[in-house]
Design a protein around this ligand. Structure first.
Ligand SMILES: [Zn+2]
Length: 253
């Protein structure tokens, strides 16, 4: 039993600790090319948060990892079989309920570990921050914490070489042989501003990619995944520690 994982701990142990920071991993349930599980983002959120929390805990940070929320914003994938969409307005209500508990019980810091590109918690946290002025509300995207180019050859943002390598390291029994994977080729938008990334519109997933992947996964290896996992969990472990230890009344220098 790891004392910093809420789902594993118990009523006897939990009362020994005054937690400084609650960590909420947040995933999505969606197709990941032909070769990876629907729970890919959940598995990543779970295992990255747990490992990073262990690193922070060892250094003396009192963190507690809440169970992973399994559903994300999948509004662009309404025609992909069993991609489960949770609307942003629902996410706001879920967050409100969790923050209400933390605030009432005196755990005044929350960090969301986001594992899915379609989730965007910033505007929700801005709004809830007004309602809960004693709370420090924060979010991070683990997939942006380390420069991917230093670890992987092919770019991508969904079921790509990076995600496939990670899962080959973490849960190899849930990844089909790479000969089963599609090439993850995606079509680019015809509007230049959207292509350049400074303008935005929802991607209609089924029109952008045939295999649901974005990025060629076929150069993925477990070794690449392990190195990357170590790099991101060290980075997140430091973030967990820093947020747990910072004085909420003295955060700027
Ligand atoms: Zn994913």
């Amino acid at each position: 039993m790891r004392p910093y994982i809420l789902a594993e701990t118990n009523w006897r142990d939990i009362n020994k600790h005054d937690f400084e920071l609650a960590i909420l991993p947040w995933g999505a349930t969606e197709a990941h090319n032909y070769h990876m599980p629907y729970g890919t983002d959940i598995i990543e959120a779970d295992l990255i948060s747990a490992e990073a929390a262990g690193i922070a805990w060892e250094q003396g940070a009192k963190v507690i990892v809440l169970p992973t929320v399994p559903f994300g914003v999948n509004t662009g994938q309404d025609d992909i079989k069993l991609d489960i969409n949770m609307n942003p307005s629902t996410q706001a209500m879920v967050l409100n309920d969790i923050i209400e508990v933390l605030d009432r019980q005196g755990i005044h810091k929350l960090l969301i570990v986001n594992s899915h590109g379609g989730n965007d918690f910033k505007t929700i946290l801005r709004e809830l921050g007004l309602e809960y002025p004693d709370m420090f509300l924060s979010t991070c995207n683990w997939f942006q914490s380390v420069n991917k180019d230093e670890h992987f050859e092919n770019p991508g943002d969904h079921a790509d070489e990076m995600e496939t390598s990670l899962l080959l390291h973490l849960v190899p029994n849930l990844v089909l042989p790479l000969t089963e994977a599609g090439d993850g080729k995606d079509k680019k938008h015809k509007v230049e501003g959207i292509r350049e990334g400074w303008a935005w519109a929802e991607r209609k997933w089924s029109e952008v990619t045939a295999d649901t992947g974005v990025g060629d996964p076929r150069k993925a290896t477990a070794e690449k995944g392990e190195k990357y996992f170590v790099a991101i969990t060290n980075k997140l472990g430091r973030l967990f520690y820093d947020i747990a230890k910072i004085d909420q009344n003295d955060m700027y220098e």
